[in-house]
Design a protein around this ligand. Structure first.
Ligand code: MSP
Length: 628
């Protein structure tokens, strides 16, 4: 890594689809890393953009009855709006339909052609539009694409080929000589394993008769460039290849290409061999992260009735969502998104640890020092320890970020915050104010200063709320040196930064406390009317693996079919339930129980160890009927 610059990219996204969590995740990750590097004093170039050519995009446009260009122009703002919403601060946004990019693609094609690395040949292969690539017979699974499980058509046509095979040994050597080139290690091994077999050549053209939506080959007007050959070159177009040599020299080679594991092959094999042929240096690091899963499936596919993490932004704000995505995924592995884990993470880290420290400090200063930051006075070992922890944490976080261990870097910061909370407990400034105001001032100053340092280190992850913390402390634009808070500063009043998310109690969960009968909650008829009770017929029921108390039911509510999870396995066998007409709360917000979507809640009567479902006479009323 050139010490003073940091160039990072995301994949450029296909515009056939709406922006989704998969796109958002990588872009947030690149944003977070960029912000850490900027804060560390490096000049950063953060590139993202759109992959606008190819069959997938052409098909999406055709389905909508508009031209591919119109389709792209409509989709591009959607991505830009999402980036704005997610507080992405990218330095460039490239679209492969831009002239600057077309020029680069054509000039690289000319170069590779001149190097004798392109030839014309007839080819037969199975094409998957989803992957935008050919598969050989051997690679298919039951005649289907291994990624999309779709039947593939055999296509025979004349095309241009890139002599990728020529660079096989050079690539293997390069990977061995550059241990950081492909990360994480298991992905590197995967590629090295793949390279043990002879590498084929790459078909890099499409006849216009079949696909016209692409960049024309400079040496044959009847053909357009294969979308991956076109797309990968975006990484050199943006920093100025062929147009601004000085800028290109400054930024290239790229420090990190962030990608998902599904596009490892194209990045780790096509891309470096293309660069070798064109005489351009190879990227320093290609890092493949895992997927966000919901249960067993990749989240971007069809979200169905699963909660879309992006939908949480409107409810809880963008920072908690960024925090969750960054804290919860171990880079390189898959992660499971569940509402439960989101709430748990939010409540424990943000509401309890971070938010609580802020509200304690500011409340105590407000009450006992008229809202004015006290002077630390003479510090003791306890304060020196906090200061030392802060310094150590700074160094550690930087190391972890450089090693792309983002979740650990965040955890390191949270450990520090937890340490400060413990220091508060030990010192108990709420007691000290009565006996030794100077000592209370020392503790509160130290805690406030530690909070400032914590906020600075979380700033790349949660740029908004940490800004608020710094504003409350009167510490905007302060650096990492300990002691930047000025005693005498009037703290700004504020509402809770991370109010706790209260989890609605579910009938399926064991209630921790049962209310005594006398404690009757009186509600109005209007309040009762908000609860939509309906009859529902049980169509199917099964046990939930690994959860002794749960059953998963498929139910019919009028025209609608739903899934519901209920804690009744100790009382009913699945087969006993089929055909029963039960009563459910139909307008309950969907919840995930053990990772399974539950849409509604059934009613049951329970006393002591006995439980029986509330049912209605099936011969008198059908499912979906309201209950009043
Ligand atoms: N256009 C190509 C990339 C060309 S780069 C020169 C492409 N686009 S994509 O829109 O289909 O996907 C972009 C990225 O989203 C991939 O890195 C993919 O791994 C990522 N994700 C899609 N769904 C995902 C999850 N559920 N979780 C995390 N990332 C996943 O491929």
């Amino acid at each position: 890594m050139k010490a003073n610059k940091f160039y990072i990219t995301t994949p450029i996204y296909y515009v056939n689809d709406q922006p989704h969590i998969g796109h958002a995740y990588t872009t947030i990750l690149a944003d977070v890393l960029s912000r850490y590097h900027r804060a560390g004093g490096q000049e950063v170039f953060f590139l993202t953009g759109l992959d606008e050519h190819g069959q997938k995009v052409q098909q999406a446009a055709e389905e909508r009855g508009i031209s591919p260009k119109e389709h792209c122009d409509e989709m591009a703002p959607r991505f830009l709006q999402l980036w704005e919403k997610l507080h992405i601060r990218n330095d460039d946004f490239i679209r492969t339909t831009e002239t600057r990019h077309k020029k680069v693609v054509q000039s690289v094609l000319d170069k590779v052609y001149a190097a004798g690395d392109i030839y014309f040949d007839e080819y037969s292969g199975h094409y998957c539009v989803g992957c935008e690539r050919f598969y050989t017979e051997k690679e298919l699974e039951d005649g289907k694409c291994p990624q999309h499980q779709r039947e593939l058509k055999l296509i025979t046509e004349k095309n241009y080929f890139f002599k990728m095979s020529r660079y096989q040994q050079q690539l293997i050597d390069y990977i061995h000589e550059h241990p950081d080139f492909l990360q994480p290690t298991h992905r590197r091994n995967e590629i090295l394993g793949f390279l043990r077999q002879p590498l084929g050549d790459l078909c890099i053209s499409r006849p216009k008769s079949r696909l016209s939506w692409g960049i024309e080959l400079p040496f044959d007007k009847e053909y357009v460039t294969y979308v991956w050959f076109d797309a990968l070159l975006n990484y050199i177009t943006a920093p100025g290849y062929g147009s601004d040599e000085q800028a290109f020299k400054k930024w290239w080679p790229v420090d990190i290409h962030l990608i998902g594991k599904d596009i490892l092959m194209t990045h780790a094999i096509y891309w470096p061999t293309m660069l070798m042929s064109a005489g351009i240096d190879l990227p320093r690091t290609i890092f493949a992260h895992g997927w966000w899963l919901s249960g067993e499936s990749k989240m971007s596919k069809s979200l169905g009735n699963v909660v879309d993490p992006l939908a949480l932004i409107d409810q809880y704000g963008v920072d908690p969502v960024r925090y969750y995505l960054m804290r919860e995924m171990v880079l390189g592995q898959d992660a499971n998104f569940t509402m439960e884990s989101f709430i748990k993470r939010y409540n424990s880290d943000l509401a309890n640890d971070f938010g609580n420290l802020l509200s304690r400090v500011s409340r105590l200063i407000e009450r006992n020092f008229d809202g004015v930051l006290p002077d630390p006075g003479t510090v003791t070992d306890a304060e020196r320890k906090i200061r030392e922890d802060a310094l150590n944490m700074f160094v550690k976080v930087q190391e972890l970020i450089n090693a792309l261990r983002v979740n650990e870097a965040i955890e390191e910061t949270m450990q520090f915050i937890r340490g400060v909370n413990r220091y508060m407990e030990q010192q108990a400034p709420w007691k000290l104010v009565k006996s030794d105001l100077a000592a209370a001032g020392r503790v509160l100053y130290t805690a406030a200063e530690a909070l400032r340092i914590g906020a600075l280190l979380l700033q790349p992850v949660m740029p908004n709320r940490t800004k608020t913390v710094l504003e409350i402390l009167g510490a905007e634009n302060t650096g990492s040196t300990w002691g930047a808070l000025k005693p005498g500063t009037v703290l700004r009043k504020h509402t809770p930064l991370f109010p706790r998310i209260e989890v609605p109690k579910h009938v399926n969960k064991k209630q921790t406390k049962t209310k005594p009968d006398t404690d009757v909650n009186v509600i109005t008829y209007d309040e009762f009317k908000k609860i939509e009770l309906r009859t529902a017929e049980v169509l199917a029921a099964e046990k939930v693996a690994g959860a002794d108390r749960l059953l998963k039911l498929q139910i019919r509510v009028g025209e609608e079919q739903r899934q519901l999870v209920a804690g009744i396995a100790e009382y009913y066998r699945p087969e006993e339930l089929i055909g029963k007409m039960i009563v459910i709360v139909a307008n309950l917000k969907p919840a995930k129980i053990r990772g399974i979507e539950s849409n509604g809640m059934l009613l049951a009567a329970k006393k002591g160890e006995k439980l029986t479902l509330v049912t209605v006479d099936k011969s008198s009323i059908e499912s979906g009927a309201g209950i009043y």
